[in-house]
Design a protein around this ligand. Structure first.
Ligand code: NDP
Length: 280
């Protein structure tokens, strides 16, 4: 039986809202499996209290994850950070070393691993449509460029925000679509939804796949109980598609490694997620 001692490290997900998050499910399953002396909880946190929460967790030997809407604000509260944080301007994982707060953005590696799991090989040479320009889209873009995709077209409701992403991360292989008309009749090997569309039951689709040229594969960062609307729209057209659960697991596994200096047990985390979603 798993024993949580009085020395247990407390890891917390800080964000608002946090009710929908499945991170506690996968992290506590990983802690049970590995026998690490720790607990993982969700704490609803408003921006003005973010610094106090992060400091208190780190000073007591713990750490945690950061989610919507604090990933960018958290960067300004770190003492040291990884290249992934520097390139994306976002932090989703933090921990302490000798009183200092360290941060990483494991969404970058999480997306990379999930995409490889989905493709079964490197995405090198793919032509990609990336829908969205928020924090998650920045992590996706860094991973895609590092893995050698041929080019990325970014489509976002706010074109200015997409242009800002290109200025931050960009390069010759990245372009911004000025409107939805720009993608009509274009062919893409991969379409990634990195918007939050699909979380709400009444949300419209991020793009209409039936109005485009050929699409090879679809990846949705959104996840929910059952199929996401975007994954369903792809599958209805015979396009292979995967939702955001695998990325959740992979970014969580990398975060686990930052805290515990051992790889997160991916298969256990995957099973815990399947059990939770199926039993809801
Ligand atoms: P942000 O709030 O930073 O960005 C939201 C994005 O969605 C923006 O591009 C925004 O466009 C777009 N958007 C929101 N509402 C609409 C709308 N009504 N119509 C068109 N576009 C819209 O969020 P994140 O980037 O942090 O997260 C995006 C999604 O990715 C979330 O659903 C999140 O849960 C998911 N995610 C999943 C992960 C996983 O492990 N599976 C990891 C990280 C995130 P605009 O710029 O114009 O406002």
């Amino acid at each position: 039986m798993r024993v949580i001692t009085s020395n247990a490290r407390i890891l917390a997900l800080l964000g608002n809202p946090i009710d929908h998050s499945l991170s506690p499910v996968i992290q506590n399953a990983a802690l049970r499996e590995t026998g690490m002396d720790g607990v993982y909880v969700s704490l609803r946190c408003e921006e003005q209290y973010l610094m106090q929460f992060m400091h208190s967790l780190v000073r007591s030997g713990g750490g945690g994850n950061i989610t919507i809407p604090h990933k960018e604000k958290a960067v300004s509260l770190l003492d040291e950070y990884s290249e992934a944080v520097e390139r994306t301007g976002a932090c989703n994982t933090f921990w302490g070393i000798d009183g200092k707060i360290y941060g990483d953005n494991t969404d970058v590696e999480g997306f990379r691993r999930a995409l490889r799991y989905f493709l079964g090989e490197s995405p090198k040479g793919l032509k990609v449509l990336l829908v969205g320009a928020g924090g998650a889209a920045r992590a996706v873009l860094v991973a895609l460029l590092d893995d050698g995709v041929e080019d990325v077209l970014i489509l976002n409701r706010s074109t200015e925000r997409a242009q800002a992403v290109v200025r931050l991360i960009g390069g010759e292989r990245v372009r911004v679509a000025e409107s939805y008309l720009d993608i009509r009749d274009n062919n893409f090997d991969l379409v990634v939804n990195a918007t939050s569309l699909g979380i709400g039951l009444e949300d419209k689709l991020p793009v209409d796949l039936s109005n485009m040229g050929s699409v090879g594969l679809v990846m949705d960062l959104v996840y929910r109980t059952g199929t996401t609307p975007f994954v369903k729209s792809a599958e209805d057209l015979g396009i292979r598609a995967m939702d955001g659960r695998e990325m959740l697991i992979q970014q969580g596994s990398v975060a686990f490694e930052r805290w515990w200096k051992k790889p997160g047990p991916v298969e256990i985390m995957r099973c815990a997620l399947v059990d939770t979603v199926t039993n809801k």
